[in-house]
Design a protein around this ligand. Structure first.
Ligand code: ADP
Ligand code: MG
Length: 263
């Protein structure tokens, strides 16, 4: 399919096999996928279906075994060197001995940004995630949800157009997660980022995404790609509309179809 919207991530016949002592593990098998500029793409599937592996290939933390992948039209290696993305891990992964502002500053320090530029970016990103005023706090002084927002701020500090988020809200309770989902959607709209988001939660995937990629394990492959028909304006109670439930149903069907019952 052709489109005038630029492709941010493009995978063709992408395969990745891990060599282990127990033999090869086919983590990704013939993945074809396009993520376009401004998309919010969720990856959903059972544990072990290759979701993290796919993000890690985009980020150049793993190398493909065969097939093709480009990130902003470059190889993952070139994209990494061009700082094409920010990465948010499942656990907030903040350094406990550094304050929130020093945590956000770390990648900027490594990149050699001037102090004044660092300060400007820290203020901007803390504002984006509603954490202004918490600069001098240590991670352990913040709630789990706030820590995860600080970790998002750190990923935003480079102002990369692409955000890779691996189950960022997986460890949070549902009320906090709802709130962060709402905030993330607003942030995405305000900043025009492209987001690749891994989740286990069907409602979270449907609520957030413009596109939902359903995956299945052994070998990890894409079983369905759903283009969302929901409007971009999404109050939380959109989750009770027939349109929402219809998409959730299709995700569930995709997950079921990909499930192997042989075990
Ligand atoms: P997910 O994030 O969907 O749970 P992963 O991408 O982490 O799945 O893993 C996909 C498959 O690859 C799993 O079977 C996992 O055990 C295996 N795997 C992941 N990383 C490695 C590795 N470094 N070495 C060997 N096998 C791995
Ligand atoms: Mg994972």
């Amino acid at each position: 399919m052709t489109s005038s919207v630029p492709s941010v991530v493009s995978a063709r016949n992408l395969c990745l096999t891990y060599d282990t002592n127990d033999g090869p593990v086919h983590a990704l098998s013939n993945v074809d996928l396009d993520v376009r500029k401004g998309d919010f793409v969720s990856f959903i599937g059972p544990s072990g279906c290759g979701k993290t592996t796919f993000l890690r290939v985009i980020a150049d933390l793993e190398r493909k075994t065969s097939g093709d992948i480009t990130v902003n039209g470059m190889t993952p290696d070139e994209a990494r060197k061009a700082r094409a993305y920010g990465y948010v891990f499942q656990a907030a992964a903040l350094y406990p001995w550094r304050t929130i502002e020093k945590n956000i500053a770390l990648p900027l320090e490594i990149m050699g940004y001037a102090k004044s530029e660092q300060a400007k970016r820290i203020a901007q990103t803390l504002d984006l995630v509603n954490l202004t005023g918490f600069e001098k706090k240590f991670p352990w002084q913040l709630s789990g949800g706030m820590q995860q927002r600080a970790s998002i701020a750190r990923a935003l500090a480079f102002d990369a157009d692409l955000l890779l988020m691996d189950e960022p809200f997986g460890a949070l309770d549902e009320i906090v997660r709802d709130h962060l989902n709402e905030q993330l959607l607003k942030l995405w709209k305000r900043t025009n980022k492209t987001i690749c988001f891994v989740t286990h939660s069907i409602p979270e995937a449907v609520y957030l995404s413009t596109k939902i990629v359903v995956m299945s394990p052994r070998p990890g492959r894409v079983t369905d790609v759903i283009e969302s028909t929901l409007p971009t304006e999404r109050p939380l109670d959109i989750r009770e509309t027939p349109e929402f439930l219809e998409i959730a149903h299709r995700v569930r069907e995709g997950l079921r179809a990909g499930h192997s019952y042989e075990e």
